[in-house]
Design a binder for this molecule. Structure first.
Ligand SMILES: [Zn+2]
Length: 394
């Protein structure tokens, strides 16, 4: 961990949220490259706003340096100290098609701001910065944190490191993701396993001499469908669809059309509803594999779990949920995609997911955030800062 940076004492003229977003979009911060450029750009601004910033560097699995940034007020907050409100955004974006010439140039058309990350999640970061600057943190009486993470799009890896390092704990958190400015209090988890079936290679003219790994995979996948049906019984009505979903998204196997396949692999992805143990699907699929082995002695199957993130749920009556419902005049909903909210929950927070833009256009070529939502997010976040950290806080 690096120490708190000294404020360079820069007085910045207030920038429009759009121009802040244009600057952020210009800096390429796909998960495959370092986010240092973006962090270096944001640091002086965060410091000038009166927050004390610390960087938490790490090398990703390809050796690329990544940085989480935790900026707090007041400067005197102890390491591991509790903040009242954490505002969290991820700095990385998904890749973009090289044919999208304006991916790194914010372009406005008909009230929509286009650019990679405009919706997910640089728009939220731009709005959060504006809200913090407007709030004037020096007058706040309770601790506030702005948390900028790396590697969200590749498995919330930055947030997981923070949850482990625990540089702070939080009572309430707003996790920025495009929810069209609707508060979201619960989300499904995300889990992934790689399943490998092995058989015996042989000449396809003599099936009895071999055992097809592809046929074995097909039998198991038919059982996966059955598991998916079984999971519907564990309903969580707040979600659409209201149960844990399962997907076999990739399959690969065999070496030639006239060879009995020796190996077949497929991915097994599931999104567990909160309250359900994330391991459940892997256990059920292993049970099915065991059952298949009863009729096929050398049925050889390995289920290797590579990701196991459970769902999250914050109570309907949590103060942060109520506050955002009031501020947006909309009831809190749920989402079926994974966010960093579970890591903030690990850090002690009642977490809500919230931000400008629509998740359905995120990750696409031509992703955009509506300018009205981008600007609309600022007073809402500003109001939360005031409500949870301001002098009037009860
Ligand atoms: Zn995102």
């Amino acid at each position: 961990m690096l120490g708190c940076f000294l404020s360079p004492g820069i007085e910045r003229k207030s920038m429009s949220v759009e121009s802040t977003l244009a600057e952020l979009v210009r800096i390429d911060s796909r998960s495959s490259v370092s986010n240092l450029g973006l962090i270096n750009h944001l640091l002086p601004r965060v410091e000038a706003a009166g927050l004390c910033a610390r960087l938490f560097p790490y090398a990703d699995e390809h050796g690329v340096k990544k940085f989480n940034l935790v900026a707090v007020h007041p400067r005197s907050l102890a390491d591991g100290g509790e903040v009242e409100l954490a505002i969290v955004g991820h700095t990385d974006t998904v890749p973009f098609d090289p044919a999208w010439a304006e991916a790194l140039t914010l372009v406005e058309r008909g009230g929509k701001l286009y650019g990679r990350g405009a919706c997910d999640t640089k728009g939220f970061i731009a709005a959060a910065l504006a809200a913090i600057e407007e709030a004037d943190v020096r007058r706040l009486t309770r601790p506030l944190a702005l948390v900028l993470t790396a590697d969200e799009e590749v498995g919330c890896l930055g947030a997981k490191r923070l949850a482990e390092a625990r540089p702070f704990s939080a009572r309430h958190a707003v996790v920025g993701e495009p929810t069209s400015l609707r508060p979201v209090r619960a989300g499904k988890g995300y889990c992934l396993a790689e399943v490998t079936l092995r058989g015996r290679e042989g000449h396809s003219a003599y099936p009895a001499l071999g055992a097809s790994a592809i046929t074995r995979a097909a039998r198991l996948i038919a059982r996966v469908e059955r598991v998916a049906e079984e999971l519907k019984r564990d309903a969580h009505e707040a979600f659409d669809p209201p149960y844990t979903t399962v997907n076999v998204g990739l399959i690969e196997g065999g070496t030639a059309k006239n060879v009995i396949a020796g190996e077949c692999r497929f991915t097994l992805e599931w999104r567990p509803v909160p309250g359900q143990r994330p391991e459940v699907v892997a256990e059920l699929v292993r049970r099915e594999a065991e059952d298949l082995r009863r009729g096929d002695e050398d049925f050889d199957c390995e289920v290797r779990v590579v990701r196991l993130d459970g769902g999250m749920e914050t109570g309907r009556d949590a103060p942060i949920v109520r506050a955002l419902e009031e501020a947006t005049a909309r009831a809190a909903g749920t989402i079926s995609f994974a966010t960093e909210a579970p890591q903030l929950a690990e850090l002690g927070a009642d977490a809500v997911v919230f931000g400008p833009g629509d998740i359905r256009v995120a990750h696409r070529t031509g992703e955009f955030v509506p300018a009205s939502e981008l600007n609309g997010a600022v007073p809402i976040l500003r109001g939360l800062i005031e409500r949870f950290c301001g002098p009037g806080h009860q």
